[in-house]
Design a protein around this ligand. Structure first.
Ligand code: KG4
Ligand code: ZN
Length: 356
């Protein structure tokens, strides 16, 4: 990508789920600032996201996050070419907060407004560069992107910028959702993804095995059977350990082994399908994104497959894999450069698909 062709600063706003993010991104890739207020602690007691709580927290935090994003950047509104905002998919109340703030900023500062699909934001995180980071290898088309988050799991082919062909997606739970649900079953702290990764790393036995839903030759995914199998295995393990009361915890070693087996099954399917898709379309890059891409085992195994295929794998650092404003700025800069403009009547589209 020629950085100079993608224009000046884009101020980007992300509020689709449970992170409030504002970023300033230059030339579609260079992060000038990227501030995220996470609501993880707020939703932990419920063990999942409560939509009304999320929307109220976005309202509380979005202006302080905006102020923080401007701090020490050495730039002003005069340098901003466009305001980009996530328009979907996501929680309606959460999306509305970011959209209304972005519209107000665009109107007050007389800047064009650009609507961005949150899912393409996860893909475009692969183009991001930190402020002091040297230019590294960039994604090359055609590419295959695997996006695995708390709300979405899909494989997509891109033959050019902003051009997506959906290869497969989850037919039930998202991968992150499965991590969160199984984390709860194992009495691990919320969110389940990092907790399962940590518990799995401590496993000393690796005998347990969970089923893989291959779904034939398709690139679709299914994780709900895995969750059911995990529930059954936990029940059996509790009975074997002589635990009758719900508050009696499973022994650490058993939790660790089951966490390992679950992670192994999820990673196995994700990595196999992504590698097969990359081979099938003759991909010149593989991109991994979404919150679950923070998983070290997934990153490592996909890197191994990519190396075997001699295709470069691009995985943003973990903080750019989870929801943030910079990824919306990267995708927004592309849409802005392509001439896209949203009106002040831009609406939240909670179930916006990636590929039209
Ligand atoms: O992309 P994200 O921040 O939010 C959505 O758009 O959904 O993803 C959050 C998801 C959660 O389900 C969380 O458990 C999962 O990403 N996650 C992980 C890890 N870190 C976060 N899953 C597996 N391993 C991790 N290390
Ligand atoms: Zn996301």
């Amino acid at each position: 990508m020629n950085v100079a062709t993608t224009g000046p600063l884009v101020l980007a706003v992300e509020s689709s789920c449970d992170e409030t993010g504002v970023a300033l991104v230059e030339g579609g890739s260079r992060i000038r600032s990227n501030v995220v207020a996470s609501q993880v602690a707020l939703h932990a007691p419920a063990g999942g996201i409560v939509p009304e709580v999320a929307a109220r927290a976005h309202l509380r935090w979005i202006l302080p996050v905006l102020d923080e994003a401007w701090r020490d950047v050495g730039a002003s509104w005069a340098d901003v070419g466009a305001v980009a905002v996530t328009r979907g998919p996501g929680l309606a109340g959460s999306l509305l907060v970011g959209i209304n703030v972005a519209k107000t900023l665009a109107w007050v500062h007389d800047k064009p407004l650009v609507g961005v699909n949150h899912l393409e934001g996860h893909v475009y995180a692969a183009w991001l560069r930190d402020a002091g980071q040297a230019d590294g290898p960039e994604p090359v088309f055609p590419l295959v992107a695997l996006v695995v988050s708390g709300g979405h799991t899909f494989l997509v082919e891109m033959t050019d910028h902003l051009t997506y062909r959906l290869l497969g997606q989850t037919v039930d739970d998202a991968a992150g959702e499965a991590f969160d649900k199984v984390g709860r079953l194992l009495d691990l702290s919320y969110p389940g993804g990092p907790s399962i990764q940590n518990a799995a790393g401590a496993a000393t036995r690796h005998d347990a095995r969970f089923p893989r839903a291959w779904l034939g030759d398709s690139y679709d995914f299914s994780f709900s059977g895995l969750k059911t199998a995990a529930r059954r295995t936990v029940d059996v393990a509790r009975a074997d350990a002589g635990l009758r009361e719900p508050e009696e915890p499973l022994p650490h070693a058993v939790v660790a082994e089951l966490a390992w087996a679950f992670q192994d099954a999820v990673v196995d399917v994700l990595v196999s399908k992504a590698a097969r898709a990359a081979q099938a379309v003759g991909a010149r890059s593989i991109v991994l994104g979404g919150g679950v891409a923070a998983n070290a085992v997934l990153r490592e195994r996909l890197a191994g497959e990519a190396e075997a295929l001699q295709v470069p794998l691009i995985v943003p650092r973990p903080a750019l894999c989870t929801d943030n404003g910079a990824m919306i700025g990267a995708a927004g800069a592309r849409r802005f450069a392509a001439g896209e403009r949203a009106g002040l009547d831009l609406e939240a589209t909670p179930s916006l698909p990636l590929a039209r």
